[in-house]
Design a protein around this ligand. Structure first.
Ligand code: CA
Length: 500
């Protein structure tokens, strides 16, 4: 991914160049405090797999930062977590080998607005600007007993929490095994072990510090979001290379990554070489930042799923996030694990943000769109355990989010809300819809998302899928097509191809 996608920090020897994944409900005490709530509908059982969330790049800030919180409710929950800094590509790492992929540790404070529900809390509670405070870093060999660290939290100098970070659903090694079973972690990625004990609340005007004696101290202060922030247009002039006048793709060919443009025979590299579609490995057509995905954003699909899901009220878009490892390019291979019963595609219009957007009203929203591409956002419904939005085990599997083939500039799309959208499995039409039927249209999504987070160039919004999702099997060719945007081909493969 783009080296500049995440802020870098001064802490030697690492800069955080990867993605921060948080583990929720990984404290035995927190689960106990939920009590009977874990046995209520729809899952009627405690979570079986790690409950993970992406903490996107807009949330990351350094220790010492001043963090704005909304006037309502005027306070935040603060959880303090040990962050595991990944040092090697980590795919299917067993507990016994987990220490080999750990480069170091970092102290992290996770902020969130108070939220009633552990079942589908909206991302706006957590994905707010500067809500992930990155503290001191230590090399792995210098931290004794990472599983038994104590945490002391002080507000305005007064100790408000002191807990031993010991009672875990999964300790460091077990969490690495459980996460890397389905998603590959990259060097620079950070996996948060999760806060221990009850969360601490702090208000605007207060200064918070958190100490992990083996690691050090981080601190931050809270201020109210002023009226100026609220009424700002948020329109910052910031154009990027994504805004091109012609369709472009990114492909790997002969050992290099190239920008390509359409050609009657397939594609043409910037150096003039003309190639056929099958000659190259297609990459996602842009360097992607934060990936925001909409669940249940087509009324017909919502109806289709309503028997199986407890559908939440539609007053707020159902958004979840993915990491970059989930992406695959055009003509990619997506793995169907052995033994699953229901794996389905989701053809979606992907909206690429072209310039910074914060507090953007709908009438200006389309100014922030650089262009579009096609997404096939696979889901494995067997794994649906919805303690935090669709769990990453369902929606963040390696290579299960295909994107491409082309980035189409917004100037070439007269009306993105009137495009035919279809999926064909082995040539048979299985999904036939129109982007006209989105519940929340693109301006509504940009207005909503930018009301709590800063969208940046390269961020992508996957706008949801209409009805017609059916099971796909090993060997199936799945073609997602959106009128005027592209035709995205993907093939389902089994486990054997991957060898592990
Ligand atoms: Ca989707």
């Amino acid at each position: 991914m783009d080296k500049n996608a995440y802020p870098t920090f001064d802490f030697s020897p690492w800069s955080l160049s990867g993605v921060v994944y948080g583990a929720l409900l990984n404290s035995t005490q927190q689960l106990l405090e939920l009590g009977e709530a874990v046995n209520e509908s729809p899952y009627k059982a405690p979570p079986k797999f790690p409950v993970l969330q992406v903490r996107p790049r807009n949330t990351l800030c350094k220790s010492g930062s001043e963090i704005a919180i909304p006037d309502e409710p005027g306070l935040v929950n603060v959880g303090v977590s040990l962050g595991i800094i990944i040092g090697k590509v980590a795919c299917k790492v067993s507990e016994a080998h987990a220490s080999a992929v750990i480069a170091g540790y970092v102290l992290v404070a996770e902020l969130g607005l108070p939220c009633e529900s552990h079942y589908r809390p909206a991302v706006r509670f957590m994905a707010r600007d500067n809500f992930t405070v990155i503290g001191p870093v230590i090399a792995a060999q210098h931290l004794d007993s990472p599983d038994a660290q104590s945490v002391i939290i002080r507000i305005d100098g007064t100790e408000v929490a002191n807990c031993l970070d010991g009672n875990r659903v999964r300790n460091v090694a077990a969490l690495i095994e459980a996460v890397t079973e389905f998603m590959t972690l990259q060097p620079g990625d950070v996996l948060l072990l999760g806060a221990c004990g009850p969360s601490v609340r702090a208000s605007a005007g207060q200064a918070v510090s958190a100490e992990m004696p083996g690691l050090g101290t981080l601190n931050f202060s809270l201020t109210q979001e002023g009226s100026i922030t609220k009424t700002a247009t948020g329109v910052h002039a910031q154009t990027t290379a994504h805004i091109t006048r012609t369709p472009t793709a990114r492909v790997a060919y002969a050992g290099g990554v190239h920008t390509a443009t359409p050609h009657p025979q397939g594609l043409q590299l910037a150096d003039g070489r003309v190639l056929q579609e099958k000659d190259v490995q297609w990459l996602p057509p842009i360097e992607v930042g934060t990936i925001l995905a909409l669940g249940l954003n087509y009324a017909d699909h919502l109806k289709e799923l309503s028997k199986e899901l407890t559908v939440t009220s539609k007053d707020e878009p159902l958004v979840f996030m993915k990491g970059p490892g989930s992406l695959a390019g055009h003509r990619g291979l997506t793995r169907r694990p052995a033994g699953v019963q229901f794996m389905h595609y989701e053809c979606e219009l992907a909206v690429v943000i072209g310039k910074t957007a914060k507090n953007v009203k709908r009438e200006h929203a389309m100014d922030h769109v650089a262009g579009y591409t096609v997404c096939n956002d696979y889901a494995i419904r067997d794994y649906l355990e919805n303690w935090y939005r669709p769990n990453l085990r369902v929606k963040n599997r390696d290579g299960a989010t295909a994107l491409g083939p082309w980035f189409i500039p917004a100037s070439m799309v007269a009306n993105p809300h009137a495009l035919a959208l279809s999926t064909r499995v082995n040539g048979k039409l299985t999904q036939d819809g129109s982007t006209a039927n989105m519940v929340n249209d693109i301006p509504a999504l940009i207005e909503y998302l930018s009301s709590f987070m800063t969208l940046q160039a390269g961020d992508v919004i996957l706008t949801g899928t209409p009805e017609g999702v059916v099971n796909v099997n090993e060997g199936d060719e799945v073609v997602c097509e959106i009128e005027g945007i592209g035709r995205l081909v993907n093939t389902i493969v089994g486990d054997t191809l991957f060898g592990r």
